[in-house]
Design a protein around this ligand. Structure first.
Ligand SMILES: [Zn+2]
Length: 246
């Protein structure tokens, strides 16, 4: 009587242990990863945009050095990329609005110039300064103080597809998407996480949300001699290299 019972207990303990071990193995390893076969006309950024992941994460996951891909090639689409999560709310919020792709000719990067604040705080500030639509930017990327580090906040100017109020040049305000990174980059560099979120957002915008012949720029290249924004420690060289800007 004893033996079979002990056997039973051992078996059920083993079964439980086996199940517990199977848990992480089954559910922990990027369960949403899929394989995608490249079609003619695909680009890395179109594939990234289609799947809501960043070009950088696609490159990393598939060990690609550049953005050259061939029709028929198989790519693993990462399922749990941290940065894909950062733009996920943007993709979700954009599904229910009509983006006037042809209208958006510029993407302009800013810093807020202060370490405090988030979309809500800047919205209040801009309203106090008499801006009818409040928050001058379309997106605000947090530094971890008043919003998450690398968290992308979506402003009403994006969801309502309104002109920006983030530069002096009227044409650029009318046709430019403003992205503000919270922080004073005259004093420090943006964090890696914040910058990664910004690049992911830019990648996603460029792959289908803006006019094909748009200009990616920063505030001080638009309003020359009027601002230091986005600050001297902003990694301009990285930006130029990544997007082949001259
Ligand atoms: Zn600015």
């Amino acid at each position: 009587m004893n033996f079979p019972r002990r056997q039973f207990l051992q078996n059920s303990l083993l079964a439980t242990a086996g199940w517990m071990l199977a848990g992480p193995a089954l559910f922990g390893a990027s369960p949403r990863e899929i394989t995608y076969r490249v079609r003619k006309g695909d680009t890395l950024s179109s594939i990234a945009s289609q799947h809501g992941v960043s070009v950088a994460d696609l490159q990393k996951r598939n060990r690609l050095k550049g953005d050259r891909i061939l029709a028929g090639q198989k790519l693993v689409i990462p399922g749990e990329a941290a940065n894909a999560l950062a733009i996920a709310p943007v993709i979700a919020a954009t599904k229910s609005i009509h983006v006037d792709h042809d209208r958006w000719r510029y993407i302009v990067i800013h810093h807020s110039g202060i370490e405090d604040g988030n979309a809500k705080a800047y919205d209040a500030g801009h309203r106090r300064r008499g801006m009818e639509h409040g928050l001058a930017y379309h997106f605000v990327i947090g530094n971890g103080r008043d919003s998450g580090e690398g968290e992308i906040e979506i402003g009403p100017r994006w969801t309502q597809q309104l002109r920006g109020g983030h530069v002096r040049k009227t044409e650029v305000n009318n046709t430019g998407i403003g992205i503000c990174l919270v922080g004073n980059f005259e004093k420090r560099r943006p964090s890696a996480k914040q910058l990664a979120a910004a690049f992911d957002l830019v990648d996603w915008l460029r792959a289908g949300q803006v006019h094909p012949k748009h200009t990616l720029t920063v505030h001080r290249w638009v309003d020359r001699n009027h601002t230091v924004c986005p600050g001297r420690h902003f990694p301009f060289t990285t930006l130029k290299r990544r997007y082949r800007l001259t």
